[in-house]
Design a protein around this ligand. Structure first.
Ligand code: GDP
Ligand code: MG
Length: 319
């Protein structure tokens, strides 16, 4: 008998959750009907993003935060996306080993993914995996990802509350607090507060936050929370801060604004992704793309003309 994966996900089956996330990861067609079927049952989980440079302690922090959530009877799903580590790399293994203290706990589901190149699909994957965990009944979904480029900023748009992790002694951290990061940070975490320079970093971040709040007239002032993730210190404060942000979003009405914006972005992204997939499939047929590339290389035609031609074949009405 074949399994009805959507039903099994809704019943919270870790096996079904795991399988469908694998399909998403491999861009397997079988994921789609499942996601469609579970879609009406999504939107209940609260989504927390943890982002920061590699080695800042995001995984350690996620583990501790999960522990705190379990103490408050919240169930947790975790998606760790780390494009900086190769698929067979240590970070992935590290994450798996580190998470074992929750591995016997049915209230926690953890999945790590180091990408194998399909970068455009990263945000897409994260969205899908988040929906699966949400539909499976997890109260909280934590998304852990390296915060470096636009891809990660896109991933973070999925989150209701985004925590940006900084550590002392990372060179000029403040310099690295680029506009993109300040735009998405709802909470700053100063992890490795056991290290020298933590107090100074704390003051600098507080100063930058105050400046940013003033400059952009922000209603929410991102708190700065100190943690020592290896010792399990400060994670309860971090959870308090997350819950305070949630309360703020709900009371101010920004929650629906944020989710509406996300739904818009997701829908546009899905259209983008699907159009590209379909066109790509056609171009690969009979190696048509290779013929085009050859013609461009020989300067017989320029790429702009090719784009125009390909697009007009699909959208005859636009020309
Ligand atoms: N001294 C110190 N080390 C920490 C702390 N939190 C994490 N680490 C260590 O930093 C390293 C990277 O941690 P990890 O959680 O894998 O970072 P990630 O790459 O951001 O996920 C590990 O060796 C951790 O043990 C902390 O609060 N203090
Ligand atoms: Mg990690």
């Amino acid at each position: 008998m074949t399994m009805n994966y959507a039903d099994e996900i809704l019943k919270g089956s870790p096996l079904a959750v795991s399988r469908v996330i694998t399909w998403l990861e491999n861009e397997d067609e079988r994921a789609r009907p499942c996601i469609e079927a579970i879609y009406p049952h999504t939107g209940n989980a609260y989504i927390v993003g943890i982002t920061g440079s590699p080695g800042t302690g995001k995984s350690t922090l996620t583990d501790g935060l999960t522990w705190q959530m379990r103490q408050r009877d919240l169930t947790v799903g975790i998606v760790a996306v780390d494009p900086s580590s190769p698929f067979t790399g240590g970070a992935l293994l590290g994450d798996r080993i580190r998470m074992t203290r929750h591995s016997a706990d049915p209230g926690v589901f953890m999945r790590s993914m180091a990408t194998r190149g399909a970068l455009g699909g990263l945000a897409q994957f994260t969205q899908g995996a988040t929906k699966v965990l949400d539909a499976s009944g997890k109260n909280i979904v934590i998304i852990e990802t390296v915060g470096v480029g636009q891809d990660e900023v896109d991933i973070m748009r999925v989150a209701d509350t985004t925590c940006v992790v900084l550590v002392p002694g990372m060179g000029d951290v403040i310099q690295s607090m680029k506009a993109g990061i300040m735009e998405i940070a709802d909470i700053y975490v100063i992890n490795k507060s056991d290290r020298p320079g933590a107090d100074q970093l704390y003051s600098e971040v507080m100063f930058r936050v105050a400046q940013d709040v003033h400059m952009h007239n922000r209603k929410w002032v991102p708190p700065v929370v100190k943690t020592v993730a290896v010792e399990g210190k400060g994670e309860d404060d971090l959870l308090d801060a997350i819950m305070a942000h949630r309360k703020y979003l709900e009371e101010s009405g920004d929650f629906m604004v944020k989710r509406r914006e996300r739904t818009r972005q997701e829908t546009l992204q899905m259209i983008h992704h699907e159009l590209f997939r379909v066109i790509r499939q056609r171009l690969d047929r009979n190696s048509r793309i290779e013929v085009m590339v050859g013609a461009i290389m020989e300067h017989k035609v320029n790429p702009y003309k090719i784009v125009e031609k390909v697009v007009s074949e699909w959208l005859p009405a636009s020309k």
